[in-house]
Design a protein around this ligand. Structure first.
Ligand code: SAH
Length: 460
């Protein structure tokens, strides 16, 4: 049977889709319904109808799934940031766990039972619904104008560049809202214009904030379409007032981005207050983090993720280890404490600068860092006993997989933020029996969103 746009149908939601949407079937026709939960009985209106599947929205919730709950966010329906806040946290965790297992079995081609699959490591939280909130240490808000010409900050609505105004996002550290209000006040009082991406005019494009959960240090970076921030001396006291008392304002930077682009950060950074970085600690290791550098957003879960990665590396003290896609050297330095030598490789030069400082800061002398693409640099490094990779969502470059298969160390640890590309890469590594997948552990780093982190171990 096939359907047309605007048809109304009644159906029961059976599964979650890739991005947390509900999936139901009616006479063999598959419908993807945003905001629907397995167990819901709904009346839906079809928004787009293809031959065998379509997209629909909830017209009426006839019977609510027992896994539903009220999202603890006033703009949840409009904002494109989270997609599972209307689902009980335990069900969210199960969805993420199933998604990782499904990718590994279906895309990776690994048979169930042929590897150890651990339960997802969730967040422990004291909130009444058990949903973790205020866990993020980093936020990036676009700045713009509303229809009345008032300055707004917020997040982009799903699949768009319309800003949904938000000053207090419930997954962000609460100081973030105070900082946004301070920047808006500074802009209004000094006639500083918000950037308008349609005609490429105006100054302030984005506000980036970062809080060291372990140290209380706060870093703020304004991304501007210009060379200089006017009246910067007026901004600092407002920011200090917003931050100090609770935390320490440690770094205020300006990043210059004059390009017509969706990329948030430009290449040039200048410090307008304090230092160019904040310091945070994970376990007993301290890290300098520049605004240009990647740093895991969920401090509590990162400790668990790294502990698992370290366990999988099973170091005895004699090994040469590669840590590829190493960022500011976080995993590298934990590895270095238990290995003979660690080589870290990362493409962002500022992050490598941080990594080198971080080795010194912690008196670690057996870690060496190189700025460059992992796929270009790794081939020239001394032969490893263990390789750790932690690539961005697109996974490892094909050339890097070839290099790993050429050196074939005994042990691989793969940390991933996208289970589909993870499964693709694990399949390549397992081809012709080169490696065997031993163990997989999903970790919830991004509660409320459909994203999930995974750490895996393979042996030769
Ligand atoms: N392991 C680090 C960083 C992981 S995020 C941590 O846990 O903090 C992935 C990192 O890969 C980012 O820092 C990104 O800048 C870097 N990256 C992206 N493409 C790369 C490439 N081709 N080669 C090396 N690093 C790359």
């Amino acid at each position: 049977m096939s359907f047309n746009k605007n048809d109304e149908v009644c159906l029961t939601i059976e599964n979650f889709g890739n991005e947390g949407e509900g999936i139901g079937r009616i006479d063999g026709y598959t419908l993807f319904v945003k905001g629907a939960v397995p167990g819901d009985k709904i009346k839906a209106r079809i928004l787009k109808a293809n031959k065998n599947y379509g997209f629909a929205k909830i017209e009426e919730l006839l019977e609510a799934s027992p896994d539903r709950e009220n999202p603890p966010c006033p703009v949840y329906d409009k904002c494109g940031g989270c997609s599972l806040m209307h689902v009980k946290y335990a069900r969210e965790l199960k969805y993420k766990e199933d998604k990782v297992r499904d990718c590994i079995e279906r895309i990776g081609g690994f048979e169930r039972g042929s590897f150890i699959f651990n339960q997802i490591v969730g967040m422990e939280n004291a909130s009444p619904s058990n949903r973790p909130l205020r866990y993020r240490n980093k936020a990036q808000f676009p700045v713009g104008l509303n229809n009345d010409g008032k300055i707004i900050t917020g997040f982009y609505a799903s699949r768009s560049h319309r800003i949904t105004p938000i000053t207090d996002c419930p997954i962000e550290a609460s100081v973030t809202g105070d900082i946004l209000r301070a920047v808006k006040k500074y802009m209004a009082e000094n006639n500083i214009l918000a950037y308008d991406e349609v005609n490429h005019k105006g100054l302030i494009r984005h506000i980036m904030t970062r809080l060291g959960f372990a140290t209380g240090e706060v870093g703020i970076c304004l991304v501007i379409n210009g060379d200089k921030l006017p009246f910067a001396d007026k901004l600092i006291p407002l920011l200090k007032e917003a931050v100090d008392g609770k935390y320490n304002l440690t770094s205020v930077c300006v990043n210059i981005n004059k390009e017509k682009t969706n990329v948030i950060m430009g290449k040039k950074l200048s410090v307008i207050y304090g230092r160019s970085y904040i310091t945070d600690k994970i376990g007993d290791i301290a890290f300098h983090i520049s605004p240009m550098s990647f740093y895991q957003v969920n401090h509590t879960q990162t400790e668990k993720l790294y502990a698992k990665a370290l366990e999988y590396a099973a170091l005895t003290g004699n090994e040469t280890v590669w840590d590829l896609y190493c960022g500011i050297g976080t995993i590298s330095l934990f590895l270095a404490k238990k290995a003979a030598k660690v080589y870290g490789v990362e493409i962002v030069p500022e992050a490598i600068e941080n990594a080198k400082e971080n080795a010194k800061l912690n008196n670690i002398v057996n870690a060496e860092f190189t700025a460059g693409a992992a796929e270009a640099v790794a081939i020239h490094l001394p032969k490893p006993d263990v390789i750790v990779v932690d690539p961005p969502r697109k996974g490892c470059d094909g050339k890097l997989i070839e290099t790993i298969l050429k050196y074939k160390p005994n042990r691989l640890v793969y940390v991933s933020c996208d289970p589909a590309t993870l499964a693709r890469d694990l399949k390549l590594l397992a081809a012709d029996g080169a490696y065997k997948l031993i163990e997989v552990t999903p970790v919830d780093q991004f509660s409320g969103s459909f994203h999930v982190e995974t750490v895996c171990m393979m042996l030769r």
